[in-house]
Design a protein around this ligand. Structure first.
Ligand code: A2H
Length: 255
């Protein structure tokens, strides 16, 4: 960060159930939320997808072979249009303008995770000027994700406010993906408890948790899920990214 562009893996999460009203006109083309991640190796542990209720998103036409429609921020779509992902370079064909709340509670198919269906849920701290505005949730390994996940689990009024039904969150549990010495196989859960993090707005403690886990996860972490079980994170990160991209389940994006 800061020096030069950041490379993100954009994970394609397919709308699998009810299509939002504003997207009914697209017919049979596949629709995906695209989540920007720096941690493709954690995708075995996805439990949900985050969008910000009050943020603007668009659906647009990509140039991918199956005619995929992507949902993300307009800013990210513009960037993608200069990276070969739209029919005309520099042009974004907007199909619908959406608010996060319009795409809340959607059922999705996400790659690699053992959960057959995951849901879009609210995260209030998503930034507009980073990635795609869609974030995939891995509560075992991301302190931000686990804090937002626990906010929904613990607070019924919070679920109600954003029209989240109990079945979209209560049956889900963090999934062990990476073992780190001293931090166990779910470092975000360990640090949330250790630092007594109260909510997704607990900025300083969340920063502290990220500092205590991010580099160690990379340098000392060992996979404990998926085909790379037993291998070091730093040795397989690129392999998982490639596995996703080769299967058509992710694209590489820079900003
Ligand atoms: B990461 P950086 Cl398991 N607003 O993916 C807030 N957060 C965003 C975002 C946005 N607009 N776009 C992406 N992100 C998150 C996995 C993960 C991530 C794990 C552990 C740590 C972690 C699963 N969520 O990030 O500022 C995404 O969450 C720790 C920083 O560009 C993305 O990777 O460094 C990361 O933040 C990108 O943040």
């Amino acid at each position: 960060e800061g020096v030069g562009p950041t490379e993100y893996t954009l994970v394609k999460m397919k709308v699998a159930g009810k299509v939002p009203e504003k997207l009914k006109k697209v017919g049979s083309k596949p629709i995906f939320l695209v989540a920007a991640t720096l941690r493709p190796e954690t995708m075995y542990g996805q439990t949900n997808c985050w969008v910000r209720p009050d943020m603007r998103y668009i659906a647009f036409q990509t140039s991918l072979p199956a005619g995929d429609i992507f949902i993300c921020t307009e800013r990210a779509a513009r960037n993608m249009s200069y990276q070969g992902y739209t029919p005309t370079e520099g042009k974004v064909e907007i199909i619908a303008e959406l608010l996060g709340q319009d795409i809340m509670g959607l059922a999705l198919n996400a790659p690699l995770t053992s959960n057959k269906i995951i849901y879009t849920l609210p995260m209030l701290t998503i930034k507009e000027d980073k990635g795609t505005g869609v974030v995939t949730s891995v509560p075992s390994d991301s302190p931000d994700d686990y804090a937002a996940f626990m906010d929904l689990k613990k607070k019924q009024p919070f679920r109600e406010k954003y029209l989240i039904s109990d079945d979209m969150i209560l049956p889900y549990e963090p999934i062990p993906v990476i073992e780190i010495p001293d931090l166990g196989n779910m470092c975000a859960v360990f640090l949330y408890d250790k630092l007594k993090i109260q909510s997704q707005n607990d900025k300083e403690k969340l920063l502290e948790a990220k500092e205590q886990s991010y580099l160690r996860g990379f340098y000392e972490g060992v996979m404990c899920a998926g085909p790379f079980t037993g291998k070091k994170v730093q040795d397989v990160k690129k392999d998982v990214q490639k596995l996703l991209a080769d299967a058509g389940d992710a694209i590489i994006y820079h900003e």
